[in-house]
Design a protein around this ligand. Structure first.
Ligand code: RNT
Ligand code: ZN
Length: 422
């Protein structure tokens, strides 16, 4: 009964879209082949499994909240991810950080990691036919305690982090080869300074040199693609970040790398959406860290809001989906962590669906004929087209609970599984 009702509302919604020149079937087709890379670190507050306890000092990443039920082991994290994936329509990827290595009781430092430490993750992804993305972890480590890694004035510390970067690129390539889908290996470092530095130049020179060393070896792009992620400021790097937007944009252009845009890494009044068509003139592709900053880079859970919709609109309007790797980057420890993944990923997908359902022809016609009245009118009218019915249809076809039903499932999981974790 419920299913029939859903199809009726979908077919009515489809008629409404057809009237404005949009075929929802095409949108659903594109949506179903666009993966989102789920970041493992939402499940345990960016803790990782190299050792007991969460974040060490050094890194300026802060998950706030103490909601019970955080994953304590790789198996628990994978179980939570499975739960989240069962409530998210579509087919997605896993984004793993090197600090989620499984050392099996051995003592091994990050510069010596190999695929072996990530084999369980690869097997888990293979069993689910998921691709994997990867990140060297330049934080939460004794050699990052002062918040400096690839720019460190001590060449021995720098060398350690360069070795880590090299090791991770190899691991990323092996993951990509093993899974038959290129891994995006993304470099983000926390390096910066709390107060005004006198010398802004030297750390950037060292960063360029360190990156040159890490990226020296060419890797088959069928196995792994390199990305670099900029940032404006962080906790403990309020006044200066070596890897700023200008630094990495220049570096990515010169070296033909993917550029990583994190939605929380710019002034709050800047539009990430506006940057996409500018940057893609000059780099081969983008990695997105879809996130939601509240007043600052707070990494709140992504929502179906105007900034996220704006990003997806640019990807669709510019036909950039083929050159963009969509990942998420939020970590909220104040609510059910599995629900956080589900809310954020569904919001990103819903935003993409809304973009795919824009009355593009009408908007283009209005704009090209100089009829800005109609353009504005259609922007506004489009906001209340029956997106929800098309979204529910997407969930139904993916055999995923639609609106509301998934919340009950996550609550049951909380009661039956998460509550048992101390
Ligand atoms: C930090 C960056 C970075 C991290 C992850 C854990 O500001 O956004 O992407 O959040 O690597
Ligand atoms: Zn990020």
């Amino acid at each position: 009964m419920l299913l029939t009702m859903k199809s009726i509302s979908y077919s009515a919604a489809r008629d409404v879209y057809l009237e404005v020149g949009v075929e929802p079937e095409t949108a659903l087709e594109t949506l179903s082949r666009t993966p989102i890379s789920l970041h493992c670190w939402q499940g345990d507050d960016v803790g990782g499994f190299e050792r007991e306890g969460a974040l060490l000092e050094g890194g300026g990443i802060q998950a706030t909240g103490n909601f019970p039920g955080k994953a304590r082991t790789p198996d628990e994290l994978r179980m939570d991810l499975d739960k989240a994936l069962s409530l998210i329509p579509g087919h997605h990827r896993l984004n793993l950080h090197a600090c989620y290595a499984e050392l099996g009781g051995r003592t091994l430092d990050r510069n010596a990691y190999t695929l072996r430490e990530f084999q369980s993750w690869v097997d888990w992804c293979r069993a689910r036919q998921m691709g994997m993305d990867f990140n060297p972890t330049f934080f939460s480590h004794r050699l990052a305690a002062d918040g400096l890694t690839l720019t460190h004035p001590d060449s021995a510390i720098r060398a350690f982090w360069i070795e880590h970067g090299i090791a991770c690129r190899k691991i990323g390539a092996e993951m990509g080869r093993a899974l038959g889908s290129p891994t995006v290996t993304n470099i983000w470092i926390p390096d910066g300074s709390k107060d005004m530095p006198y010398d802004r130049k030297s750390p950037r020179e060292r960063l360029a040199d360190s990156l040159d060393a890490i990226l020296a070896e060419k890797i088959n792009p069928a196995h792994s693609l390199d990305a670099v992620e900029s940032k404006l400021f962080g906790i403990g790097s309020e006044s200066y970040v070596a890897g700023s937007h200008e630094f990495y944009l220049g570096y990515a252009i010169r070296h033909d790398l993917l550029y990583c845009l994190d939605a929380g890494h710019f002034h709050p009044t800047e539009s990430l959406a506006d940057k996409i068509s500018a940057i893609l003139q000059f780099v081969p592709g983008l990695l997105l860290h879809v996130s939601r900053g509240v007043r600052w880079d707070s990494d709140h859970v992504t929502l179906f809001d105007d900034p996220t919709r704006g990003i997806m609109e640019e990807l669709v309007r510019g036909q950039f989906l083929g050159r963009t790797h969509i990942g998420l980057d939020f970590f909220d420890a104040s609510i059910n962590r599995v629900a956080a993944w589900v809310i954020g990923t569904r919001a990103a997908l819903k935003s993409l669906l809304a973009a795919l359902l824009e009355p593009a022809r009408l908007l283009k016609e209005a704009e090209s004929s100089g009829d800005f009245t109609s353009r504005l009118a259609w922007f506004e009218e489009a906001r209340t087209l029956p997106l929800g019915a098309v979204w529910d249809e997407f969930c139904r076809r993916s055999e995923t609970p639609a609106t509301g039903a998934w919340i009950r499932e996550v609550k049951n999981y909380e009661k039956n599984v998460l509550a048992g974790r101390s």
